[in-house]
Design a protein around this ligand. Structure first.
Ligand code: PEP
Ligand code: MN
Length: 372
């Protein structure tokens, strides 16, 4: 893939690259005030959604073309640059017409090769930088495919945005980060700038700093952080936007690692791996908690139907399949057997605890969820 280095893009003035601004452009005043305050924090590349891909209809879907006029005026007034999401050829044409400096492809578009190809065709012959968000599902090939389509249309100022992945499971994340995916992308395309979107990963403003630091520890090239003059009143993603003042604090508190000698390089890499291990262990703990919660739900269900807690037949099948899965994942069988024996003991304890609990307080209205 032929890529142009981030330093040659002529955007932003910060290292790491910081992109900030509201989820959506709402009114001219909201946009102007936010951009002015964000610029006071040293950030010069703004974000603002003009066309918003919303999950449900009849919600705010962006202002559209009118917002592009505000952006053009604000760019002149405040001497800043702007990025926005495009999802079809018409968006590309209008965004470029109004002088948008950076375009991004949203997570819901990256999943669709038809949409990405339409955007790529509209960009043929343009020199504008394009950032591609990961698809909502954890599919590296789909993410890579979108980058390739754009690159084949001649876009070389190309970057990726890691915004986490959608999951049916309830987790502390709005979109689970699965850091191994952007890391693998960086490994396969070392020249591709990787920008982290902690806002869409965490979904809560209190947690933005935490994900931003992880991204810095993993040597990401930048951050895109949703920022609003009055986050509580935002028309979209109110829960995850920060004020320009907290944006400044988040940026100032970032620990940026420098690698300037062989030795430091070694230490930096070790830190990267340790951060990944910390993260992976944290995910493992969450998975374990989730598994035991399911076990408890089975306990309640069996109790209702007067069925015994421990069914040998089921357990034997569980064991056999886990051994098979371990083999597929190249894990040592003995290790997995030991691990599942331990898990089994705790699962039985949990299930009998639920079943022996004579009060019905543990059952919620659905009769299934049990608080441990
Ligand atoms: C956004 O950046 O406001 C947005 C809609 O993000 P995503 O495509 O990651 O959901
Ligand atoms: Mn948003």
């Amino acid at each position: 893939m032929k890529l142009t280095e981030l330093s040659q893009w002529n955007i932003g003035k910060t290292d790491p690259l910081i992109i900030a601004g509201p989820c959506s452009a709402e009114t001219e005043e909201q946009l102007y005030d936010t951009v002015k305050a964000v610029k006071e924090q040293g950030v010069t590349l703004m974000r603002a959604g003009v066309w918003k891909p919303r999950t449900r209809p009849n919600t705010f879907e962006g202002v559209g073309q009118e917002a592009l006029q505000w952006i053009q005026d604000i760019k002149k007034d405040l001497n800043v640059q702007f990025s926005t999401e495009v999802a079809n050829a018409m968006h590309v044409e209008e965004a470029l017409h109004y002088g948008i400096d950076v375009l991004w492809v949203g997570a819901r578009s990256t999943v669709s090769p038809f949409i990405v190809q339409e955007i790529a065709d509209a960009l043929r012959g343009c020199d504008v930088p394009v950032l591609v968000k990961n698809p909502i599902n954890p599919d590296l090939a789909l993410w890579m495919g979108a980058l390739e389509r754009l690159n084949q249309a001649g876009v070389t100022k190309l970057g990726a945005i890691h915004r986490g992945f959608s999951t049916y499971q309830k987790t502390r994340f709005r979109n689970v980060p699965m850091w191994q995916l952007p890391i693998e992308m960086k490994r396969q395309l070392p020249g591709l700038p990787m920008i982290c979107d902690p806002s869409h990963i965490m979904g809560k403003r209190e947690d933005i700093a935490e994900a931003s630091q992880i991204a810095m520890d993993l040597n990401f090239e930048g951050l895109i952080i949703e920022t609003h003059r009055d986050p509580e009143q935002a028309w979209s993603d109110a829960r995850q936007q920060v004020t320009p003042h907290s944006l400044g604090e988040i940026i100032r508190n970032l620990r940026i690692r420098q690698a300037s000698s062989e030795d430091i390089e070694y230490i930096t890499h070790l830190e990267e791996l340790r951060t990944q291990i910390d993260h992976s262990d944290r995910e493992m703990i969450e998975l374990l908690a989730n598994r035991l919660d399911l076990v408890a739900q089975i306990g309640v269900w069996k109790k209702k139907n007067n069925v015994a807690a421990f069914l040998l037949d089921r357990w034997n099948r569980v064991f056999e399949s886990r051994k098979e899965w371990a083999k597929e994942a190249a894990l040592r069988e003995r290790f997995v057997v030991d691990l599942f024996n331990l898990l089994h003991v705790e699962s039985i304890r949990k299930q009998t605890e639920v079943m022996d609990n004579t009060s019905d307080e543990s059952e919620t209205e659905s009769g299934l969820r049990v608080k441990s």
